[in-house]
Design a binder for this molecule. Structure first.
Ligand code: SF4
Length: 389
């Protein structure tokens, strides 16, 4: 029996029922899959946005859980932060403070001023260890991969201490193979979104990706292996809808209802939602030195986000490549409220889209927003202008 469902027979259900269960799990702020994993005696590593080498936790038998905030009021966490900060840092702390999520190790990255202090705040509030992973600030130095390998080795020692077991190269290679398969399956899902967006609703695709961050990856692979061919077998044909790329979901996530609203108005053919789970764009592969291979993949074969700085990957060009790659006709350019890196990049993105003649809609998001009438109206006008121009 796995943690995806209490029943063993989910494969006997219809595709629609399984997708409904996926959406319910992702919308549930009590993380039932993580609680079930703990009941079996497993330990949990929570990692804050954006990218984290989950293979290291997996190899030690821990469940790596992507901390992506939650649509809840940060009643307990509010007193630990200034009111001027983005929502995701508060709700991420709220999850364990409110007893929804129990961790054995917390890891964050100093991606911005708000996230910089998260590990320190966690360590003042919880008995479990909290760590900072310093992903390289300069991806263009010839020493970057060596530096990052050493940083991963330091993290591995913390993981080993919590998991109470030493990792071998073979443990890491086995985990990399599981995650390489997962990345291939997620790429397949995104290919489906691009090629036949009418067979997979935006919120279903979102839920399927998000589950990677809250299920043992073998189970997630099994789920995707079951779901993808059934989605691909769906019939239907393209409706007269605008094909859009959504940009601005690299850290704080749009609420599920917003994804649903956008998915009803347009075809979301590509996006950066939960990009950390899809950050490595190719297989890491089997090598003598798995930590080096993971570090090299992060530097050499990875996507982009406003918090990774690499001169070889100008973000404006990367966005245009994403638009062209998905044959999109427009972009929804969002930024989380109070998110400095996101707002800064939004300006540069807007300028390059304008120069390239790609229509775009600028908007903002907050994970616990509850009213969507404003954005629905904005979208309606945007889409009508494009369809009837
Ligand atoms: S949403 Fe923006 S400001 Fe908030 S933690 Fe993420 S990157 Fe930092």
């Amino acid at each position: 029996m796995g943690v995806f469902d209490e029943a063993d027979d989910w494969r006997e259900r219809t595709l629609e029922d399984v997708l409904l269960h996926c959406r319910d799990l992702v919308e549930d702020p009590t993380f039932p899959t993580v609680a079930r994993f703990r009941e079996t005696g497993g330990k949990v590593l929570g990692h804050f946005q954006v990218y984290f080498p989950e293979e290291i936790a997996h190899a030690a038998g821990m469940l790596p859980v992507k901390l992506r905030g939650a649509p809840l009021d940060p009643d307990h966490a509010e007193s630990r932060f200034g009111s001027y900060l983005c929502s995701i840092v508060k709700t991420t702390l709220e999850l364990p403070l409110a007893g929804h999520l129990k961790l054995d190790l917390f890891v964050s990255h100093p991606i911005c001023d708000a996230a910089r202090n998260l590990a320190a705040i966690f360590s003042r509030n919880f008995a479990h260890p909290s760590q900072i992973l310093y992903l390289p600030q300069n991806a263009n130095s010839s020493h970057t991969v060596t530096y990052l390998r050493a940083e991963y080795a330091r993290l591995q020692a913390d993981v080993e201490a919590v998991a109470e077991r030493a990792l071998t190269h073979e443990d890491l290679r086995a985990s990399i193979a599981v995650f390489d398969e997962n990345r291939r399956l997620l790429r397949e899902l995104y290919a489906l979104k691009r090629e036949r967006p009418w067979v997979v609703a935006a919120e279903d695709a979102y839920a399927l990706v998000a589950l990677a961050g809250m299920l043992p990856r073998e189970e997630h692979n099994e789920l995707l292996r079951w779901v993808l061919p059934r989605l691909a077998a769906r019939g239907g044909k393209a409706e007269d809808r605008v094909r859009v790329v959504f940009e601005g979901g690299f850290c704080e996530q749009p609420p599920f209802d917003l994804v649903r609203v956008i998915g009803r108005a347009c075809y979301v053919v590509d996006d950066d939602w939960l990009i950390g789970l899809r950050y490595l764009t190719d297989d890491v592969g089997r090598t003598d030195d798995p930590l080096h291979a993971l570090a090299e993949a992060y530097i050499e074969r990875s996507s982009y986000s406003p918090v990774q700085h690499d001169l070889r990957k100008p973000k404006e060009e990367m966005l245009l490549a994403r638009v062209r790659g998905a044959d999109a006709g427009a972009v929804i350019l969002a930024a989380a409220k109070m998110c400095e890196p996101g707002l800064e990049e939004q300006v540069a993105y807007a300028q390059s889209l304008e120069a390239a003649g790609v229509p775009f809609l600028v908007t903002e998001l907050e994970e616990n927003m509850t009213s969507f009438s404003g954005i629905e109206l904005q979208l309606e006008t945007f889409v009508e202008n494009l369809l009837f121009a």
